[in-house]
Design a protein around this ligand. Structure first.
Ligand SMILES: [Zn+2]
Length: 303
């Protein structure tokens, strides 16, 4: 072997080494979830075979978020973007329209999703508002989370066939765990299902419907919309009649709510549909919601 031969062998060896060093960073599939609940579901499916990131900070409203240049870059760099749909993250509709369809999972459009039943004006439920399409907070029904996990597993299996079995097994394990939790929550919440309450924003229909809870009103339809005086008057009347609890949210506030709750002798609770910093799994998010409902709805006479 001459000088040139050895040179080439060394060059090839170096090149090989370079590829090996570069491989781990390139090989990992990158899933970008729009909001934390979707990232938590995706994390279960991805396991250690793909990387999952969240686009929005947890303090941001998923209904209205100003995308930064760096966010646009992250959207383009991801192998797969998982979002709810324009009904929730309307600010993503345009940026995502330029992505190829196989790089996108639109949860709102998945087949077989469960939707809360339209409640009737039967004297027990109140529908004094117009539903603008179906409630997009669909991750709050655990059956929908399972559907999202399964759809994601299939897509990841296509993108990275070597890990297909693992993605599917992960989704299956997640489904089993969530089904079990679903039953636990149904049993936990059954004793309080006749206790009337109002939520801060109209975003809990999937949870309320799944566990047959007795929501009688909401403070505001969307978190960044201020309720009008007429709506607040109706809210007060409904709560005076059949409310025991008023749920607020961590990042929003409408003036006068605490005063209303105090004057009507209501307990004040806190609901977080996204899951705070300390929530590290989808199951924990649901458990926390359930506990928040229980804390405020149970123990009626102990004020
Ligand atoms: Zn919402």
């Amino acid at each position: 072997m001459g000088y040139r031969g050895r040179f080439f062998r060394r060059a090839l060896a170096l090149l090989g080494l370079g590829l090996i060093l570069a491989a781990p960073a390139q090989a990992k599939l990158q899933v970008l979830a729009s909001i934390k609940p979707l990232a938590l579901i995706a994390q279960e499916v991805a396991g250690d075979q793909a990387r999952v990131d969240t686009l929005l900070p947890i303090t941001a409203s998923p209904h209205d978020y100003p995308l930064k240049m760096s966010d646009h870059k992250r959207l383009r760099a991801a192998d797969l973007v998982l979002w709810i749909g324009p009904e929730m993250e309307s600010f993503l509709a345009r940026p995502l329209s330029s992505l190829p369809a196989d790089k996108l999972i639109t949860s709102y459009q998945l087949a077989g999703l469960n939707w809360p039943e339209e409640v009737q004006e039967d004297g027990h439920h109140h529908t004094n508002h117009v539903h603008l399409g179906k409630d997009p907070h669909l991750w709050l029904d655990p059956r929908n989370a399972i559907l999202i996990a399964q759809a994601l597993a299939e897509r990841l299996a296509q993108l990275q066939p070597a890990s297909a079995a693992q993605f599917r097994a992960n989704a299956q394990r997640f489904a089993a765990s969530v089904q079990q939790l679903d039953q636990q929550l149904a049993a936990q919440l059954a004793p309080v299902k006749d206790v009337g309450f109002a939520v801060y924003h109209e975003g809990y229909g999937h949870f309320v419907g799944r566990y047959d809870l007795h929501q009688v009103a909401y403070v505001t339809y969307s978190p960044e919309r201020r309720p009008g005086a007429k709506h607040l008057q109706e809210l007060r009347e409904i709560l005076a009649k059949e409310g025991e609890c008023l749920f607020m949210e961590p990042y929003y506030k409408v003036q006068g709510m605490e005063e209303m709750a105090t004057s009507l002798n209501l307990r004040i609770g806190l609901l977080d549909p996204i899951g705070g910093q300390q929530v590290s799994s989808y199951q924990q998010l649901l458990q926390q919601l359930s506990e928040s409902f229980l804390t405020c709805l149970a123990d009626r006479r102990n004020r």
